[in-house]
Design a protein around this ligand. Structure first.
Ligand SMILES: NC(=O)C1=CN([C@@H]2O[C@H](COP(=O)(O)OP(=O)(O)OC[C@H]3O[C@@H](n4cnc5c(N)ncnc54)[C@H](OP(=O)(O)O)[C@@H]3O)[C@@H](O)[C@H]2O)C=CC1
Ligand SMILES: O=C(O)C1=N[C@H](C(=O)O)C[C@H](O)C1
Length: 243
């Protein structure tokens, strides 16, 4: 039994997470939201799970470091500076950051990497995602995770090979680019397709989240797994034994 502290506890994921914590027989150490410090919560918890906003990340990492407990970061929309903060904190505590805590997406990323590695650059890669109308960041963290997997398969840097938000007279697609398109509407929990578009044929690898409990259950699994680990930066691959 683990005491799990929830950052972003009143949000959509915070509420799903509370359900998953109870379902798994763990204890909710408490929750914090906008305007509240995670410091006192960290001293009551064995592990913190963050589904909130990127601007809270620095303080959340600090709270986990002071208490000497692990942190699971599910919040998306992170910048390069946020990733540098995570790398720094991971020298002192165990930190797991992922754009998607589900088993299905973690496995999908492996399939994408494999396909991208085997198909030449005459197979264009496009990543299409759709989410509910309230989502504030684009492309989704999952789309970026899948883009990183495709880039790794091809042995290229995603940042140098991205085409995103096309509008107007964009010119032809750059060879080897990885494209992103984001749709928003309704109550969609999360739809991701990775399309490999070749000459006169296409392969589509896709994942559909039917509700948020798949993310919540994965986050609880990750939180429990992280307790007692050495300091370092971990992924869902480590939790699920997929490395
Ligand atoms: N990795 C994964 O598998 C998944 C990741 N996510 C990501 O999780 C995040 C949250 O998603 P969702 O639950 O839908 O969003 P919500 O907006 O429903 O919830 C976010 C919660 O965080 C709170 N919050 C805002 N700022 C802070 C702060 N500085 N400190 C603490 N809490 C704060 C919000 O409070 P207030 O409303 O007052 O602002 C709200 O209660 C997003 O980045 C989303 O992309 C979502 C699903 C799965
Ligand atoms: O905001 C969401 O809802 C989701 N966010 C994550 C993302 O950005 O990929 C994971 C999931 O798709 C739902």
């Amino acid at each position: 039994m683990a005491r799990i502290g929830i950052i972003g506890s009143k949000g959509r994921m915070g509420q799903a997470l509370a359900q998953a914590v109870a379902d798994a027989g763990h204890e909710i150490a408490g929750g914090v939201d906008r305007g509240e410090s995670a410091g006192p919560l960290a001293s009551e918890a064995d592990v913190l799970v963050d589904f909130s906003r990127p601007e809270a990340l620095d303080a959340n990492l600090g709270a986990a470091r002071v208490a000497g407990i692990p942190l699971v970061i599910g919040t998306t929309g992170l910048s390069a500076e946020h990733h540098a903060m995570i790398d720094d904190a991971a020298r002192a505590i165990p930190v797991l950051q992922t754009g998607n805590t589900s088993l299905g997406v973690t496995l999908l990323a492996h399939l994408v990497r494999e396909a991208a590695g085997r198909l030449g650059t005459d197979w264009d890669i496009e990543i299409v995602e759709m989410h509910h109308r309230m989502k504030v960041d684009a492309p989704s963290g999952t789309a970026l995770l899948l883009g990183e997997a495709a880039a790794a398969g091809r042995g290229i840097e995603l940042g140098e090979n991205t085409e995103s938000g096309r509008d107007g007279h964009t010119g032809a697609r750059a060879e080897g680019a990885i494209g992103f398109a984001a749709l928003r509407g309704g109550t969609v929990a999360g739809e991701h397709s990775v399309i490999f578009a070749g000459n006169e044929e296409r392969i589509t690898l896709a994942h559909s989240a039917e509700n948020r409990m798949i993310f919540a259950r994965g986050a609880v699994k990750a939180a429990h797994w992280l307790i007692g680990r050495d300091a370092g930066r971990y992924t869902m691959n480590d939790v699920l034994g997929l490395t």
